[in-house]
Ligand binder design. Structure first.
Ligand code: NAD
Length: 477
């Protein structure tokens, strides 16, 4: 039986490894240090990459079914410790119970479902002259780098497809939320051969060292657009493959034929789930002027029913901001928004602490060029914006460097579908949000990313195509 609440060590080549350099992990609900974790050295990284490189040879040679079985078993192992993982996740990340259940349950489900996927060879030609087939072959060592909002689920989104397709991995969680991922590394050693999955905790500099490492073939990254740009530049040195899942500034468009009460509740959770620390949170809500006042008032009323607090306490709906850096960023945005002089409908002031708490904050029709509309808040500050004309709202929705996701809300799904087709985003939901699946391709347009995760397209991102052409006549000299 593994103890998830003590003794956090890295996993390198099947061994648990410590380091004299330490990182404090802080509970964002009370600002107490939970524990310290090792900060990997360059030597640790070299050893992890060497182990992954060594393990690659045998791992890729295993029958696909064997790799699938082990990835599925990883899901079973998370499931066996689900209750502890949920508590640990709330402790390090801050999210409330329902959110922790969603993330841990999703991690289990993803391992099991991705373990059923495979990329079949494509027989392009098979005539009397020749046979042409395109296979999908693994890349080698994948470097994975994850953020602090969904630390375990986003790690699993990378581990499962990379391993099923025959790659090995070195993964670095965010220094703010390393605990669940370090424990996953430990648990995985009872399932996977040594070296197949190595977990290193460390700061941003470790991420940069991973992206520069000559023996890493691909970087799979989830995080901010700013870091994504640095990774793309670093990867150009030796043409590493990259998958980048980055930031967003998702518009929600509310048409005049909605039920204001119902849509207000749905939009609330679209925006504030995980305390709005969600790449695909609705971050700008465009409401048709015919229903603007009704939806706005219903949103304010619904907000009053939602409890913000320590995620480990029963009855809490929304936890704190995950870390001090992000807390300061959101406070700065609040100050900038206050200076606009537009009505703040609810919230507006951060708590004095302890804990990085920001109340649900709704802003009444701020200018389109204000920071609260243009920037990804990544915190519970939501601008409500009026519109009258569909062409105008589509133009405003698309007027951003981001293109992650969007939503359209209407009783007329055909009309909503027509608008969805005009939005520049990787995912557009109609009358719902945040539907993901191992079989549903997810990725950003524009500066929200490059490549996709999930579905067979996501699996293919961990492979190179290899075409084998066989001439059927034997040449006789
Ligand atoms: P971040 O970019 O600051 O950090 C993410 C990870 O990158 C961390 O592990 C960090 O240590 C590492 N890192 C930092 N600098 C690096 C560098 N130069 N080279 C390599 N690695 C480096 O992002 P964050 O603040 O942890 O996460 C929030 C952001 O992530 C938001 O913008 C959010 O929209 C985005 N996000 C996107 C998705 C998606 O699927 N598109 C999902 C979740 C979060």
């Amino acid at each position: 039986m593994t103890d998830l609440f003590n003794d956090y060590r890295m996993t390198i080549d099947g061994e648990l490894v410590d380091s004299p350099d330490r990182i404090d992990v802080i509970n964002p609900a009370n600002e107490q240090v939970i524990c310290t974790v090792p900060a990997a050295s360059e030597d640790d990284l070299d050893r992890a990459v060497a182990a992954a490189k060594h393990a690659f040879h045998d791992w890729r040679a295993l029958p696909l079914g064997e790799r699938q079985r082990m990835v599925s078993a990883l899901g079973d192992a998370i499931d066996a410790y689900a209750e502890d993982f949920m508590r640990l996740l709330t402790m390090e990340q801050g999210k409330a119970r329902a959110g922790a259940e969603w993330e841990i349950g999703g991690s289990v489900a993803w391992c099991r479902a991705i373990a059923e996927q495979s990329l079949e060879p494509d027989l392009v030609e098979d005539g009397p002259e020749r046979r042409v087939e395109t296979l999908r072959v693994p890349l080698g060592v994948v470097g994975a780098i994850t953020p602090w909002n969904f630390p375990l689920l986003l790690a699993v989104w990378k581990i499962a497809p990379a391993l099923v397709t025959g790659n090995t991995m070195v993964l670095k969680p965010s220094p703010y939320t390393p605990l669940c991922t370090l424990k996953l590394g430990e648990i995985a050693q009872g399932i996977l051969p040594a070296g197949v999955l190595n977990i290193l905790s460390g700061n941003d500099a470790l991420g940069a060292a991973i992206t520069a490492h000559p023996d890493i073939a691909k970087i799979s990254f989830t995080g901010s657009t700013a870091t994504g740009r640095k990774i793309m530049a670093a990867a150009s040195g030796d043409l590493k493959r990259i998958t980048l899942e980055l930031g967003g500034n998702d518009p929600a468009i509310v048409l005049p034929d909605v039920d204001p009460q119902q849509v207000a509740q749905d939009i609330f959770w679209a925006a504030f789930q995980n305390s709005a620390q969600f790449c695909v949170a609705a971050k700008r809500v465009y409401i048709h002027e015919d229903v603007y006042d009704a939806v706005r008032d219903a949103l304010v009323a619904y907000s009053a029913k939602v409890k913000v607090g320590d995620g480990s306490q029963q009855g809490t709906d929304l936890g704190p901001i995950q870390n001090k850096m992000q807390f300061e960023k959101v406070k700065d945005l609040l100050a900038d928004t206050a200076a606009l002089g537009v009505p703040v409908l609810t919230g507006g002031a951060a708590s004095q602490g302890p804990g990085y708490f920001i109340p649900v904050t709704l802003i009444d029709n701020p200018p389109e060029d204000s920071r609260v509309v243009r920037e990804e808040a990544f915190g519970p500050v939501l601008p409500l914006l009026r519109f009258t004309d569909i062409d105008d709202v589509v133009q405003r929705a698309n007027d951003t460097e981001y293109g992650l996701a969007a939503s359209v809300w209407s009783a007329d799904t055909e009309k909503a579908r027509a608008i969805a087709g005009r939005i520049e985003a990787g995912t557009v939901w109609i009358n719902e949000v945040h539907i993901f699946g191992p079989h549903i391709a997810f990725g950003g347009h524009k500066q929200s990313g490059m490549g996709v995760e999930n579905a067979l397209e996501g699996l293919a991102e961990y492979t190179n195509p290899q075409t084998i052409i066989t001439r059927k006549h034997v040449l006789i000299t």
